[in-house]
Design a protein around this ligand. Structure first.
Ligand SMILES: [Mg+2]
Length: 252
């Protein structure tokens, strides 16, 4: 039975050039283009890992990237893809999976107002704290899926200063590096993985599932898999207090 691999993308299978080890720059391969010029790159080991996964497994990306940003990824994935933090499941042909959209689109309607408020309050808080941020709501198929804040001139640590006072029961606050997202209750990578895993296993047998991710917020879906792994330099590894100094060190 072919394993199913659920893999986060950014900071799991590739990262921006700035995060790649010094001295390896000439060996990097393009993973995803970015409109701001900060393209994502893969080290030779990451290329080999992805080649191995694709040749042996059914690889399903699980990413916060919306459909458009996912379209900028240059890796030849050929199965389903879970995008926008789970708000959308794409089929192998790139079209959305209607049975998931039918579930999530109805559930998101009551949260649109709260998302607009979150954006407004976050922007006001940033202005009050003299923090330069860019922020937006990730829109997918006329659904407001989640809110994102990024610092313009910093590493993202100050984003933790943003305060949001509202009934946030069930909301996910994802903060890793310069990426702060507020995700309403219907949207989660875990729910989408759970839905898709059940569907795939019902169609093609009780196949093993393996997960990869780097962020604390990935643990929800990683725990649905039979095995999971994280890069040794990642938020998850830091939480587990794993020494990280060897990651990439001998590439430099
Ligand atoms: Mg990630």
């Amino acid at each position: 039975m072919q394993p199913i691999v659920f893999a986060d993308l950014d900071d799991t299978l590739f990262q921006t050039r700035a995060k790649c080890p010094k001295g390896s720059q000439h060996k990097l391969a393009l993973a995803a283009i970015s409109s701001n010029g900060h393209h994502s790159m893969m080290t030779p080991r990451q290329v080999a890992m992805i080649d191995w996964l694709l040749s042996t497994s059914q690889v399903i990306p699980v990413t916060a990237r919306g459909t458009t940003a996912y379209g900028n990824v240059k890796i030849a994935f050929n199965s389903y893809a879970i995008v926008a933090n789970g708000a959308v499941i794409l089929k192998p042909d790139g079209a959305h999976l209607k049975e998931w959209h039918d579930v999530i689109s109805k559930e998101l309607i009551p949260h649109r107002e709260a998302l607009n408020k979150v954006l407004e309050v976050g922007r006001q808080g940033a202005a009050a704290g003299k923090m330069s941020v860019r922020s937006w709501i990730v829109e997918e198929m006329e659904m407001a899926t989640y809110a994102v804040f990024k610092e313009n001139n910093g590493d993202g640590k100050r984003l933790a200063e943003l305060k949001f006072e509202f009934d946030d029961a069930g909301w996910i606050r994802h903060h890793n590096g310069n990426n702060f997202a507020l995700i309403p209750p219907p949207v989660s990578k875990r729910r989408a993985v759970e839905f898709l895993l059940k569907k795939i296993r019902s169609e093609s047998g009780d196949r093993p599932a393996i997960g990869f991710g780097d962020s604390a917020s990935d643990l929800g879906y990683l725990n649905l898999c039979d095995w999971w792994g994280a890069p040794s330099r990642s938020q998850i590894s830091a939480m587990l207090n794993v020494p990280t100094k060897t990651f990439f060190a001998d590439l430099a």
